[in-house]
Structures are given as C-alpha cells and as structure tokens.
Design a protein. Structure first.
Length: 328
C-alpha cells in the first residue's frame, strides 16, 4: 500500500474541500470494507483519504414529506434494524439480510455499497476496468463464470451492489454535495454508467463530490427481492432481482424490475416490467416476466447458466412483491 495523507473533517464542506478536482487524488472513507482492500490490491492509490465517519448528519435515517432519507454513512445494520425500512421496504431489508456477515453489515455503509468498485478478478489484478491486456479483452477468452450477460461490452464486470437494484426499483434519488455548498439530485436509475475505456468510473459522481444520502419517495410501492447465490455463507449473489409496483385491486401498475450482478450497472428489465403491467401477479404472470427479463441476454463462454437464474429470480421477486409465497 502506498503512503497517503489521512484527513478527518468534522463538516461536509470541509470534506468536499479536501477532495480536490482530480480523479484518483483523493478517496472517501466510510466503512472502508472496499476501499482498504482496493488500496491493498494496488487498484486504488489515493494521495489523500478523507474520513467521513465523524460527520454525524451523514448517518441519519429519517422520514419527512419527501420520503425516507438514508444517510450515506448509515451502516447496513442501521438500515436492516430500522423499523420504518422494515415496514415499507421489505425488499431492501431482504437484500441486506443476504449479506450474511454481521461484521460486514456493522461496518459497511449504504454509500459504500452503492459506490463500491467491481470485484472482477481481472480488474483487481491490475488489468483495468475493462479487463484488457494489450487492448484485448481477457474476460472474453478467460474465466468469465461470474461476468455480465447484459451490456454488450467493452466492460464485462458485474456491479457488486445489492442495495442498488432495490433502490432503483423504488425510484430512489441520490443527493451529491459539491464545492461551495452546491448540491444536486440524481435519480439512482441515472447514477450508474458503463465505462467505455480504462480509467472511467462506474458512477456519475465527480471527483469533488460526495454522496450524502439517498431518498426513497413516498409512493406506497409494494416491493420484493430475491437473490440466488452459489453459497449461503459470505458470498456475492450470482443473480438478484428487485420488483416494485402499486396495485389497483389485484392489478399491478407502475411496475419496475431491476436486476443485479448481470451487467456492469444495475440492469433495468423494461420488458419484464411490461409483462407484469396491468396484470395480476401470480405464478403464470411472474414466470412470463422472468422469461421477458432474460430477453436480450448475451452470455459469455462460461456464464450461460445466469439466463435461467434471471428467470427464476424475477419470478420469485415478483411473487414476493405481491405478497405471495416464494420458494426458498
């Protein structure tokens, strides 16, 4: 690990001022469960680390007429144990509960989970965000068991956040704080992007901005989540799905279906949502939505199994959103 400055600001404005305007010069430290590992791997080498943990406002979870606001440094355990979240957003608590390590949940933060870097082994071994050597993709010809089946390249990593698909399905909005007290709101559906060349980041956050909170608007959405993992212990999902909608009687309206761990960004499955829109959610319609969600998938040489997992995850997340029994 390279030497670096450590800054410990007490206010948000101090923290922003310490970041600077150049990508890679400074990184924010919240829980540190991703950043510290990235620095040890040599993937991140910031000149300055800016600790956000002493800025109390960033950890609050509170409701008002704009919705439920979750601070960026609220830990996953904070969110999991919050009664307002449990009551209104079971998909979010379910997604967090699938992170099986209590140690991780007690340290990792919402902002860190949303902004964590890819776990792709090519990236972590120093071959860049695109996993290339001499301009040639190592992913396409190498071990790509856990890589993307949507997105079309040139990046083939999967975004590792389990909270992002759920929050996008709930129409959540991220608030970013920049220099001179300027703030901007970004719908979480527009927060991510697929890098097109090495050196690009996976979010729209600028080097001199800090993610301060995420707000879930009070739309009364019913919601469900389902994750499929290789192991039930500490592991990332192979595929996950989040479904949110309103109901008019038994009829689903305003449906959102978002997939995780299948693309370099949380993947909005518009065709799956269309398959459920205006329909009751039952075994038959949920299965059709699963089929529609897999439409357009382009598996690599070793990850074709993910197509069936997408169908299953969407079906079960839709049933969960409708309050129907879901298979284990």
């Amino acid at each position: 690990m390279n030497a670096f400055e450590y800054a410990n600001p007490k206010t948000l404005d101090e923290a922003v001022a310490l970041l600077g305007a150049n990508a890679g010069d400074a990184e924010c430290l919240a829980g540190g469960s991703d950043l510290v590992n990235a620095m040890k791997d040599g993937v991140a080498s910031p000149k300055r680390v800016v600790n956000l943990k002493n800025i109390a406002d960033l950890r609050a979870i509170q409701s008002d007429d704009k919705g439920l606001r979750i601070g960026a440094t609220a830990t996953l355990a904070d969110i999991l144990n919050n009664e307002a979240v449990k009551q209104a957003y079971p998909s979010l608590t379910h997604a967090i509960s699938q992170i099986k390590s209590p140690q991780v949940r007690n340290v990792a933060t919402l902002g860190g989970n949303l902004c964590q870097r890819p776990r792709c082994w090519y990236y972590r071994l120093g071959y860049g965000i695109l996993g290339q050597q001499e301009g040639k993709s190592l992913v396409m010809e190498g071990d790509n068991r856990f890589h993307a089946i949507f997105g079309g390249g040139p990046a083939y990593f999967v975004h590792p956040s389990s909270t992002a698909p759920v929050l996008i399905s709930l129409d959540a909005v991220a608030t970013l704080r920049g220099p001179n007290g300027a703030s901007r709101d970004v719908p979480l559906a527009e927060f991510y992007r697929i890098p097109q060349q090495n050196g690009e980041r996976e979010t729209v956050v600028q080097p001199n901005e800090i993610l301060t909170c995420v707000t879930i608007p009070p739309k009364g959405l019913k919601n469900g989540h389902y994750a499929i993992k290789q192991r039930e212990c500490v592991d990332w999902p192979l595929v996950e799905a989040a479904v949110a909608c309103t109901f008019e009687g038994d009829t689903a309206r305003n449906v959102k279906v978002v997939l995780g761990h299948v693309a370099p960004m949380p993947w909005v499955a518009a065709k799956a949502a269309q398959a459920l829109e205006g329909q009751p959610i039952n075994e038959e319609t949920a299965a059709r939505a699963g089929e529609a969600a897999a439409d357009g998938a382009t598996p690599l040489s070793k990850n074709g199994y993910k197509v069936q997992l997408v169908k299953t995850a969407v079906k079960r997340a839709a049933l969960a959103a409708a309050g129907k029994p879901v298979e284990a």
